[in-house]
Design a binder for this molecule. Structure first.
Ligand code: FAD
Ligand code: SF4
Length: 505
């Protein structure tokens, strides 16, 4: 009997490690070559798998580590050594993976069964039960916020005798500050690459085509072992957590990490368990090490958003990946690959992705996907771009975030798009101050590209958007504009599109 683990199953504390003859790990070259991914992502994944292998062997497990072109090739070798083997695997989160892998095993005369995947907190049946109870309610009750409250009640996290700690469920109102001009966040931890990481990084650099020809000059910030991931968690709680809440939505020129935890990749790979991270955050609150707005805001991301995304993806695939309710078909502007643009916000965010394989949530949502949405980019192409560029990208989490939240290609996650003009970016960042474009102007040469695209986006998608969610106020402004204003907005939007398409924005 073999326990087959994927690169997202690197949990050395999992119960499923027991009661097997051996553990199988497959390093498939096809994963690295099927798309040009960020070098840090590939280095992280393969180095973490190899270090996990070494750790299991040190603990006395028999580990078969197979390097092959495809999973099928690795299974050929596996079944030649162990004919008729019975395999078990934690259920993979990617749509269709369980069936696909099951078929590969069956074709070679074996069997593959699945156990619960501890990378997530709520089992599918429990989510489905919650969702069924909402279907009788209003359509907006199948949303993250009521789900998050349900999860707080179910787990007892940040609860006080049946009520939310502090008296409110959500402290978002306190999480929209921008830091003072002289603010400097503590530097994020870096992990000196060991021999394994250096070997993988050299192979990636020598052999593979990588994302946007991203360079590898940046320090490596991504834990490849559980010990490093625990250090990253400690460093976040000790040095950054206090300010996480207040500056959660803020952007500062030159600061790629702000006070974010940088833990998503560790959690998605299984190096950290989401519940242990939540419990650590709650403990920090109880010990007075972090304020409630930081702790609640952070826990909501993990207990609410991460879990909700996983289940919405599970229930909405395969249609979710193909969704395009606004019929957007433009190719992504070349600046997404090169980072070459005068727009400071876009140049910063793309630069962070190219350098680190990471941009924080508000850059992902309100700069990278907001601009693509207003520009009319194909949501599938944007999804592919995020998959290539980010160290924490896996289909189950990138797809609902990009297609649902960022592109509003379906209304399964929200009833209105996360679309804004440059004024939001100006409010939440210091980017506009040094930008050659004028955020205060909507039209004419030199006006902020976000602005004309925003108004024409509302105009072009009026049929879908006017009646939805909370768009009433925006359409009141649309209705107020004169024909002359519209003519100038359309002209500037056209110009912006042409410049973006030609890589001249
Ligand atoms: P923090 O800001 O410190 O948040 C704490 C944790 O909460 C994260 O580590 C993450 O595990 C979880 N979390 C927060 N928001 C979400 C969310 N919306 N969905 C799922 N988990 C969440 N997250 C990924 O893990 N992989 C992706 O490929 C990914 N792509 C995204 C694409 C877009 C367009 C958007 C808007 C969001 C995306 N996210 C993705 C969600 C979120 O932006 C990242 O999880 C977060 O920025 C990771 O950085 P952090 O660990 O510093 O997070
Ligand atoms: Fe971005 Fe517009 Fe501000 Fe420039 S002016 S940084 S393009 S929002």
């Amino acid at each position: 009997m073999t326990l087959w683990l994927l690169g997202t199953h690197l949990d050395r504390t999992a119960d499923y490690l027991e009661n097997h003859d051996r553990v199988l790990l497959v390093e498939s070259t096809q994963f690295a070559t099927r798309r040009p991914s960020h070098p840090h992502k590939l280095t992280l994944l393969f180095a973490a798998m190899r270090r996990f292998r070494d750790d299991l062997r040190d603990r006395g497990y028999t580990v078969e580590y197979r390097q092959a072109e495809t999973f099928g090739d690795a299974l050929d070798t596996q079944f030649a050594a162990h004919p008729g083997d019975e395999l078990t695997m934690p259920r993979p989160a990617a749509h269709g993976a369980a069936d696909r892998l099951g078929r590969l095993v069956a074709e070679r005369g074996g069997s593959l069964s699945f156990v619960d995947n501890p990378t997530f907190i709520l089992p599918p049946a429990a989510f489905d039960e919650w969702a069924a109870s909402r279907e009788t309610d209003s359509p907006n009750s199948y949303r993250q916020e009521p789900f998050y409250r349900h999860m707080r009640r179910e787990t007892g996290v940040l609860m006080d005798d049946g009520d939310p700690v502090g008296g409110a469920w959500n402290y978002d109102g306190e999480n929209r500050e921008t830091p003072p001009a002289d603010w400097e966040p503590p530097a994020p931890p870096t992990f000196e690459p060991g021999e394994t990481t250096r070997d993988v990084a050299a192979w990636v650099a020598d052999e593979l085509e990588t994302f946007g020809e991203a360079t590898e000059t940046a320090a490596f910030h991504w834990p490849v072992t559980r010990a490093e991931a625990l250090t990253a968690l400690d460093r976040f709680v000790d040095a950054r957590f206090e300010e996480f809440g207040a500056y959660q939505d803020a952007m500062v020129e030159g600061e790629w990490a702000m006070s974010h935890s940088l833990l998503s990749a560790s959690i998605n790979l299984g190096l950290l368990n989401p519940m242990e991270v939540i419990e650590r955050a709650e403990q920090a609150y109880e010990e007075g090490a972090a304020p409630l707005n930081s702790v609640e805001g952070f826990i909501r991301q993990l207990l609410g958003w991460r879990e909700f995304m996983r289940h919405v993806y599970r229930r909405s695939m395969p249609g979710l990946a193909e969704a395009n309710q606004l019929d957007q078909t433009e190719s992504l502007p070349s600046a997404y690959w090169t980072g070459d643009t005068e727009m400071v916000c876009l140049s910063e965010a793309v630069g962070h992705v190219r350098e680190h394989g990471y941009a924080h949530h508000i850059e992902r949502l309100m700069v990278l996907s907001n601009f693509a949405l207003l520009y009319g980019a194909d949501p599938g192409e944007l999804n592919e771009w995020f998959h290539q560029g980010f160290v924490d990208a896996f289909h189950w989490v990138t797809t609902p975030n990009v297609i649902g939240m960022g592109s509003f290609a379906t209304d399964v996650l929200s009833s209105k798009p996360y679309a804004s003009s440059g004024s939001y970016i100006n409010r939440m960042s210091d980017y506009c101050g040094s930008c050659p474009y004028a955020v205060s102007r909507d039209t004419g040469e030199g006006s902020c590209p976000f602005n004309s695209l925003y108004w024409t986006f509302l105009e072009e998608n009026e049929e879908t958007l006017r009646g939805t969610g909370r768009m009433g106020l925006m359409y009141a402004h649309v209705d107020d504009k004169s024909p002359e204003e519209w003519a100038a907005l359309r002209e500037r939007a056209e110009e912006v599109r042409d410049m973006a398409g030609a890589g001249e924005l």
